[in-house]
Design a protein around this ligand. Structure first.
Ligand SMILES: [Ca+2]
Ligand SMILES: [Ca+2]
Ligand SMILES: [Ca+2]
Ligand SMILES: [Ca+2]
Length: 498
């Protein structure tokens, strides 16, 4: 399922960070030309298992050493380097340092063939503290990473004392079995939470053992990263090419189907890349992915998106497209590369990753990691009292009184663990229709707020398009994060006299 082994795939960037400043600053900013001078460092490492027997009796039993890959991220540049291990556990590659503060500091992880993090790389252990950062001061020729599949740590030994010095500001919290607290919960489980996160400048901000690009909740406060406005830029911070890259999940259901929808068939997974300059992008594909995404088929592109290249028919297997993303303009007129997917399974889950390959028109190639932070296991559930008739469907809307506003109430959508999603922004989106079922007037939005479960639509809003012969209203109970990843429950209602 993996691409050819022994190849080393590095996130080779064609531009220096100085250009990032220019491209985001939109102008010629004096820019003091703080171009950063990188030094290439060759690294050669070998992976070994602490215990062959534990490998063969654990859930990792199907893993050969060649199924694992390594990831190292530079704390200063945020550049990400990765490679595969050969069947004998060896690997080599080149990573980069610079003299700027933090630019010789790395944290990393070992991933399995499904791109799941099996262990952070631990550079030293002292007094129960597992240090997960290190300063690189030269080439590394003989680093051994010993993977302990009981404690889910990969401990580095070898030239650690000469060319690599551990950095105690980066460490992972561990549980009573010495397992990093993020293991098995994608970094957002109760064990991974913290009320005292570390510095946001750390690659593993909340010391749970997962670097931010793989952590679903960077600050450990229990709210997924999607609730943070910068989430789309989290994996692109090093890039002068891509402003935002995000993988998210939508589940929008008609109220009348709210008892019989399935996550498997009704979820829409969305991948969206927003470049700084679309003319620099040749193509974007998902180069590797968790096998839960292998069942995906393409589904219709979202409302308001216009394809700029041929978009596949609904139901096309994504694999047959080469896991391609498509150039489109989005609602706000930006050019993006995106794809809308039906998962065709309910096994996909938080932490499932994709690795995207961006090919530039210059011929250069860049890689970006994407992490699914949560999935909607349920939609927003309506708990409004409807006692004047109707069924909530388009053909038989709920009836309401002929005067007055209307109070709605609901409960939160649940995530893949069955927990209520929090940090969610709710709104009521209203669409008005005439008796022929044609939309009249303009969409109205009643803003509700974050984690608030009731709201009312004012009388005047309900009656806003009476003069346009509005005969019923579609009300979407919408729960969303900043990126359009939302759950909606579409309910139809009308005044009794309409
Ligand atoms: Ca976390
Ligand atoms: Ca973390
Ligand atoms: Ca994250
Ligand atoms: Ca959070």
């Amino acid at each position: 399922m993996f691409m050819p082994k022994k190849l080393i795939h590095l996130s080779i960037l064609t531009c220096l960070l100085a250009l990032l400043t220019l491209s985001t600053g939109c102008g010629s900013s004096s820019s003091s030309s703080s171009s950063i001078s990188y030094t290439s460092r060759s690294i050669s490492m070998s992976l070994s298992s602490a215990s062959t027997s534990s490998l063969s009796t654990s859930s990792l039993q199907t893993q050969a050493l060649s199924d694992y890959s390594w990831v190292l991220q530079n704390k200063g540049s945020l550049r990400v380097y990765f490679g595969d291990f050969a069947s004998d556990g060896s690997t080599s590659g080149t990573i980069e340092t610079a003299s700027n503060s933090g630019y010789n500091n790395f944290s990393g992880a070992i991933l399995d063939a499904d791109l799941n993090v099996v262990a952070p790389i631990v550079f030293s252990t002292s007094g129960g503290i597992q240090t997960t950062g290190a300063d690189l001061n030269g080439d590394i020729s003989n680093l051994t990473l010993t993977l302990n599949t009981s404690t889910h740590t990969a401990t580095a030994t070898g030239s650690i004392d000469t060319d690599l010095s551990s950095d105690s500001t980066s460490y992972t919290r561990v549980d009573s079995s010495s397992i990093p607290v993020s293991y098995g919960n994608a970094g957002k489980g109760s064990a991974a939470r913290t009320s005292s996160p570390g510095s946001s400048s750390l690659l593993d901000s909340d010391h749970d053992g997962l670097i931010n690009i793989f952590d679903t909740d960077n600050d450990g406060n229990g709210k997924v990263d999607n609730a943070d406005a910068t989430a789309g830029a989290e994996n692109t911070g090093f890039s002068s090419t891509i402003a935002s890259a995000i993988l998210f999940d939508n589940l929008k259901i008609d109220y009348t189907n709210s008892a019989n929808y399935t996550v498997t068939n009704d979820t829409v997974l969305t991948v969206e890349f927003t470049p700084y300059d679309a003319s620099k992008i040749s193509s974007i594909i998902i180069y590797r992915r968790n096998s839960h995404y292998n069942d995906c088929t393409t589904t219709i592109n979202a409302t308001g998106f216009t394809a700029l290249e041929t978009y596949p028919a609904i139901g096309t297997t994504w694999t047959s497209t080469g896991y391609k993303l498509y150039k489109m303009t989005n609602l706000s007129g930006s050019t993006v590369w995106t794809v809308f997917l039906t998962p065709n399974n309910n096994s996909f889950t938080a932490g499932d990753k994709m690795l995207a390959k961006v090919t530039l028109t210059s011929g250069g190639v860049e890689y970006y990691w994407l992490n699914l932070n949560f999935k909607y296991q349920t939609i927003v559930a309506d708990t409004t009292t409807w006692n004047h008739g109707g069924a909530g469907s388009q053909s038989n809307p709920y009836l309401i009184l002929d005067t007055g506003g209307r109070v709605f109430s609901w409960t939160a959508p649940k995530d893949e663990t069955g927990a209520d999603l929090t940090g969610v922004v709710y709104s009521l989106e209203l669409f008005y229709y005439n008796s022929a079922g044609t939309q009249v007037g303009s969409r109205q939005t009643v803003a509700v707020g974050t984690d608030i479960y009731t709201s009312s639509i004012p009388e005047a809003t309900i009656d806003l398009f009476n003069s346009s012969s509005a005969k019923y209203i579609q009300c979407d109970l919408t729960a969303s994060y900043p990126y359009g990843d939302n759950s909606a429950n579409k309910i139809y209602f009308k005044r009794s006299s309409w």
